[in-house]
Design a protein around this ligand. Structure first.
Ligand code: NAP
Length: 512
């Protein structure tokens, strides 16, 4: 099977005579880290280690176990092109099935021996003399590698809001990305803070259990219907027997999602059409005009992530659910007080407040050439060349890095392009005996000028608060063009923008 895939991906097994492979550390065993590891494995490169803070693979799909967790991108596209699954049970698979798929990939491609679980890399320091990344783990171990690949992505550190009195609450409290399954919500008064992509998935489920649910909405979201359905057995069989049909299905999903891209240009026909779809959905599901008005966004569609749900609005019209749109003033021992002076009692507070999305690579202190800190470098907003490299940080490659997130299509598609590009750099290092790959500052700044110019034409800078941008308003997270444009760019851009250094040490061993 691996040899078939090698042929399809045109990777070819590396000849040992071509030079020893570099030692590679991959940070994180999530969707991106696993993708990188599989592609290395398929290229016959074994000298890599995946450092993972949790006890297994899956990343965000391991962390997010809240009730109703599912992907809002259809599963046939939210899966690796080189590891298709014919028997996805539904269009939008739920978290257990996605995690099982990723676990299966780890087994199928033989990644387990490369996994160092329960080990977080806390520090990475570039040594210019030896051209190595010196890593320190949370156990205090030191590991030296030639190439560092971050698969930490954008959604791995939960964000807790800075609300007065947050620590004074005496009931149970947890974040949606760290769901506490020991807390039985049956018969409890529950407060949910936030109404983003995560919250709208678990609110309908927990509304069934709680005696009363308060949903705190700071701003409304655009919500469109979720075209979900179970795949009939006949269709799964068809996909398995005729891969061409499965591939056509995947391509069709990609094409339909790609057609939503013009929505991000304010005033476009697509934006009007999408707003109409969302408003019709709202009118169908909520008849009370006052409630409708409170959940109608006051900013253009696409400015924040467009949510898909068929059961969120119906949950808000339940007698035992209240939507609270007054701002939160403070949290007290037994509940939440809003700025209108109302005290809302609660036994449990659940934070559906998202992630620290603009602090890329936050869990790792990264120091590049000349003692330069990556976090200081990014103080005004993260940026990278093609989303994958930063000048002054040689042989560091980012997956799902700055300006590579999407609001309309599958980030897995983007990650595969990034991994393909990084593979080209790694195979060039091996082939030519290079020690360091450092993007030229000019290429980096030119690229990012172009990205930001394209961002200015989108709706993301319109008047909404979103996780796509920093507090000062710089859009650091999203790719401002189509996924086809990114794919083409990654496919056609060579490695010419990188300074390379020759004469790597002869011996290379996996970083274990
Ligand atoms: P999010 O979209 O960032 O939502 C956070 C929510 O918390 C927002 O409603 C926000 O209000 C609110 N909030 C933050 N600080 C607050 C404060 N101080 N007071 C009151 N409310 C506050 O986070 P998320 O729902 O976890 O989703 C994040 C991303 O994860 C998604 O956009 C998506 O890309 C990904 N995700 C994906 C899936 C999937 O199916 N693939 C599922 C879940 C999540 P404002 O809107 O006013 O800022």
């Amino acid at each position: 099977m691996l040899s078939d895939l090698r042929t399809r991906l045109q990777l070819g097994r590396q000849s040992p005579a071509a030079g020893a492979p570099p030692r590679i550390a991959i940070l994180g065993a999530g969707v991106a880290g696993l993708c990188m590891a599989i592609r290395l494995k398929l290229a016959g490169i074994e000298s890599f280690t995946i450092f993972e803070k949790s006890d297994g693979v899956g990343g965000t799909w391991r962390d997010n176990t809240y009730p109703g967790a599912s992907c809002d991108v259809p599963s046939h596209l939210y899966s690796y092109s080189f590891a298709p699954k014919s028997d996805w049970t539904r269009v939008f698979a739920e978290q257990p099935e996605i995690l099982a798929y990723l676990e299966g990939c780890a087994d199928r491609f033989g990644l387990r021996p490369h996994l160092r679980a329960r080990t977080a890399v806390t520090e990475a320091r570039w040594d210019d003399d030896t051209a190595e990344w010196q890593l320190t783990t949370d156990a205090g171990d030191r590991v030296d590698v030639d190439v560092l690949v971050s698969g930490l992505g954008q959604l791995n550190v939960p964000f807790y809001p800075d609300i007065d009195g947050i620590d004074s609450f005496e009931g149970m409290t947890f974040h949606s990305a760290r769901w506490n399954h020991d807390v039985d919500l049956t018969g409890k008064r529950v407060a949910v803070i936030g109404n983003g992509a995560s919250a709208i998935q678990f609110i309908p489920r927990i509304a069934e259990q709680a005696a009363h649910l308060d949903v705190y909405q700071r701003s409304a979201n655009w919500v469109v219907p979720k075209p979900d359905a179970a795949y009939p057995d006949k269709m799964k069989t068809l996909f398995a027997r005729w891969p061409v049909i499965r591939r056509a299905h995947r391509a069709q999903i990609w094409g339909l999602l790609e057609m939503r891209w013009p929505m991000f240009h304010d005033g476009s026909k697509k934006a009007h059409a999408m707003e109409k779809v969302a408003l019709t959905h709202l009118e169908k599901q909520i008849s009370d005009p006052a409630l409708r008005a409170r959940v109608t966004p006051d900013y253009p569609i696409g400015c924040k992530r467009v949510l898909i749900s068929n059961d969120y609005y119906p949950s808000l019209v339940r007698d035992d659910v209240a939507l609270i749109t007054s701002s939160i003033d403070r949290i007290v021992a037994d509940g939440v007080v809003t700025t209108d002076g109302v005290h809302h009692p609660a036994d449990v507070i659940i934070y559906g407040t998202g992630f620290q999305t603009t602090n890329f690579l936050a869990p790792v202190e990264i120091t590049g050439r000349d003692g330069q800190s990556l976090h200081e470098r990014w103080a005004k907003g993260a940026e990278a060349y093609l989303g994958v490299a930063v000048d002054g940080f040689p042989s560091l490659f980012l997956l799902y890095g700055p300006n590579t997130n999407l609001g309309h299509n599958s980030v897995m598609f983007m990650m595969e392009s990034q991994v393909g590009y990084v593979m080209r750099a790694i195979t060039a290092m091996q082939r030519d005996g290079l020690t360091a790959f450092d993007v030229r500052p000019q290429a980096m700044s030119e690229y990012n000028r172009g990205v930001q110019a394209a961002v200015h034409e989108t709706v993301w800078e319109a008047g909404c608060r979103s996780w796509y941008k920093t507090s000062s308003g710089k859009v650091t997270n999203n790719w401002p063009k189509t996924t086809a444009a990114y794919w083409y760019k990654m496919r056609t851009t060579g490695l010419g923008a990188f300074n390379r250094r020759a004469a790597r040490r002869p011996a290379a061993h996996a970083a274990r």
